[in-house]
Design a protein around this ligand. Structure first.
Ligand SMILES: [Zn+2]
Length: 258
């Protein structure tokens, strides 16, 4: 599932390919990904305009239209963007297809259709409307401590909650807690000031390492959990075996030893 580091990569990709290109036509192949938005309104709003700039917030990519609103892309479990030269075919699972006047196309693909596309007047309005917490990389240490120290839930549940901190999901929360050597089922309130500080530092390190490596688990350091997310795999940090647990209905991978 695309999480904060993936979104950094998606933003770089979208900036490098799709900014400042005139949008010629928009095809909506499946309108289930459009939120609070009709197909005609979406097409009319984009057609004839350029994408001017973009911002990432949490797991969302927001792209500003010239003299218009922002298009928000959320990628659900399986969403992607693909930019390519029009050759009469389009990628499998394309839900939205944006054709530029330079002959290239941008496809929003989503196998499981859990992604969402909407329009918003501004990034601030979008954050408010969705009730999102601060972005995990914009948050400072003191706000992080304030947010977590009052939560009753487990570390895993709390860190995954977009209304508390935006950007982390199942995979990166497991990695952060593995690197911080913290049990995902431990309650936030049980962490003292030093442990909260260490967790904050580890969160930033993991997100930076992941995005520096194009969010590709195969390029992650050897001692990272992400590429060994399966039960019974040897832990690359100790002699333990990776265990699967279900925490807040999500598969959670831990090394019980470390
Ligand atoms: Zn271990």
């Amino acid at each position: 599932m695309p999480e904060l580091p993936d979104l950094i990569v998606y933003k770089q990709y979208s900036d490098a390919t799709s900014l400042h290109q005139r949008i010629k036509t928009v095809d909506v192949d499946d309108d289930t990904v459009l939120r609070d938005l009709s197909v005609p309104h979406f097409r009319e709003t984009l057609t004839g305009r350029n994408f001017e700039s973009s911002e990432r917030y949490g797991k969302n990519l927001l792209v500003e239209l010239e003299d218009g609103p922002w298009v928000r892309f959320h990628f659900g479990m399986t969403g992607r963007l693909l930019y390519y030269k029009n050759n009469g075919e389009f990628p499998r699972f394309t839900r939205i297809l944006i054709r530029f006047s330079n002959g290239y196309e941008l496809a929003y693909t989503c196998i499981r259709k859990l992604g969402r596309i909407s329009l918003t007047k501004s990034v601030e309005q979008f954050i408010k409307y969705e009730g999102l917490g601060p972005d995990a990389l914009q948050l400072n240490l003191s706000d992080f401590k304030d947010l977590l120290s009052v939560r009753r839930g487990s570390l895993k549940t709390t860190l995954m909650n977009q209304k508390i901190i935006a950007g982390l999901g199942n995979v990166y929360v497991d990695e952060i807690l593995f690197q911080a050597r913290l049990d995902p089922s431990v309650k936030c309130k049980a962490l003292d000031d030093k442990k909260l500080g260490d967790l904050f530092k580890t969160m930033r390190e993991v997100l930076k390492t992941a995005s520096d490596n194009q969010a590709d688990p195969n390029k992650f350091p050897k001692n990272y959990l992400t590429k060994h997310r399966s039960e019974g795999e040897p832990c690359h940090r100790c002699s333990g075996l990776i265990e699967k647990r279900i925490i807040s209905q999500r598969p959670t991978y831990v090394c019980p030893k470390c």
